[in-house]
Design a protein around this ligand. Structure first.
Ligand SMILES: O=C(O)CCC(=O)C(=O)O
Ligand SMILES: [Fe+2]
Length: 383
């Protein structure tokens, strides 16, 4: 059976934006899974990473797990990750405070100590672009083993996944789709700032996105630095924000997936997180809200909450001086820290070239505004 099942594709293409596309076809495989129809499997460079949507899959609510950030164990001189003996190593700062590009390091070859240093580097720089990676060439199991060093691999509630690997989140736009045209019929901009799945009790930290096939130019990903955004605020305004909690919701994402004939693999959750969170490794504070999943500030009236949240969204989205743009090449893996960045995909290529990427999304700690305070309270509870 082959039918036009437009939005399934766009759900995979984006966790945060529902676009309409009537040109992608899917069909059912022998197990009733929805798979891409046509020539997608022959033409993709990494067919093992093409999305399938298992409509029978259902997962129980996520449970709390203990998390220690590997960056806390890292040697800050980075002897294993950025070794002085590595002659092919090239590190470039993309902007002074935010974003780096690294060549000459193979992520899949890192020792555990090297992975710890990677967590620290990404926490410090926010986003790091690694070129010429072979992560996608490994068996999918090995890629997931690699990312599990950084936390428990998250299973996305509404995303398509490679057959048998629900923990892999996929970004996919096929060669023949018409998303570009249909999207801009209804919108003037494709920018949708967010941090990933912030409604989870333990949202992701160190996060990996690897490009498999991409357009020759275009389809960059833009990142914003929410540590620097926090630092830009006056001490008085920081005081106003301190102690506030924000509701993050996965309900709209699930509804939108259902409405479009997509999947909902886990019932949606809503969670309060502190508006300001402190990073467990760098101890820097960051603003932790985003227009995709944050809903309101607890205890404020609706207009008060909207005024503060909209002010934050507005200044982060227009501040090109706290942003960096990551460009993709085949085999690029971009690693970002979801606790201290926002990002958005960019839909700017009309050429119809395939864009296919896989995301590994380890979950981190439950957000906390102040680690010293949290430790003190934990001690008091024990006493
Ligand atoms: O497609 C992209 O550039 C980014 C998609 C995204 O938001 C993600 O993978 O978390
Ligand atoms: Fe994202």
């Amino acid at each position: 059976m082959s039918n036009s099942f437009a939005t399934i594709q766009s759900i995979a293409a984006s966790t945060f934006r529902s676009t309409r596309d009537n040109s992608t076809t899917v069909e059912k495989d022998e197990n009733g899974r929805l798979v891409l129809a046509g020539d997608a499997f022959e033409e993709a460079s990494y067919p093992k990473y093409l999305p399938t949507w298992d409509t029978t899959e259902h997962y129980e609510p996520l449970t709390l797990f203990e998390f220690v950030d590997p960056g806390t164990r890292a040697d800050p001189a980075f002897p294993n990750l950025l070794s002085n003996d590595n002659e092919s190593l090239k590190v470039k700062r993309l902007t002074p405070r935010f974003g780096s590009e690294v060549r000459g390091v193979q992520l899949s070859q890192l020792s555990d100590a090297g992975k710890d240093e990677l967590a620290l580097l990404v926490a410090q720089r926010g986003v790091v672009v690694f070129r010429d990676q072979d992560l996608a060439d490994l068996p999918v199991e090995d890629a997931l083993k690699f990312s599990s060093h950084f936390g428990r691999n998250h299973i996305h509630p509404t995303s398509g996944a490679p057959k048998g690997f629900p923990e892999v989140h996929l970004v996919y736009r096929s060669k023949n789709d018409s998303v570009y045209d249909s999207f801009f019929q209804e919108h003037i901009s494709s920018i949708a700032w967010h941090s990933d799945v912030t409604y989870e009790l333990q949202p992701p930290g160190t996060t990996f996105l690897g490009m498999l096939d991409g357009p020759e130019t275009g389809g960059d990903t833009i990142f914003a630095d929410s540590v620097e955004a926090y630092n830009r605020l006056s001490p008085k305004f920081r005081e106003i924000l301190s102690g506030l909690e924000v509701l993050h919701s996965g309900v709209a994402q699930a509804q939108s997936s259902r409405a479009q004939g997509g999947i909902v693999r886990r019932d949606p959750v809503e969670t309060f997180h502190p508006l300001i969170r402190q990073h467990p490794v760098t101890k820097q504070k960051a603003i932790y809200v985003n227009p995709q999943f944050s809903r309101y500030i607890k205890g404020l009236k609706r207009e008060e909450s909207d005024a503060i949240l909209n002010f934050i969204y507005d200044f982060i989205s227009k501040s090109a001086d706290i942003q960096v743009r990551a460009s993709w090449e085949p085999k690029t893996v971009v690693v970002w820290d979801n606790r201290r960045t926002l990002h958005s995909a960019l839909l700017d290529w009309a050429s119809g070239e395939r864009r296919h990427a896989f995301r590994l999304t380890p979950q981190a700690e439950r957000p906390t505004e102040d680690w010293d305070e949290a430790k003190k309270n934990a001690k008091e509870e024990i006493n």
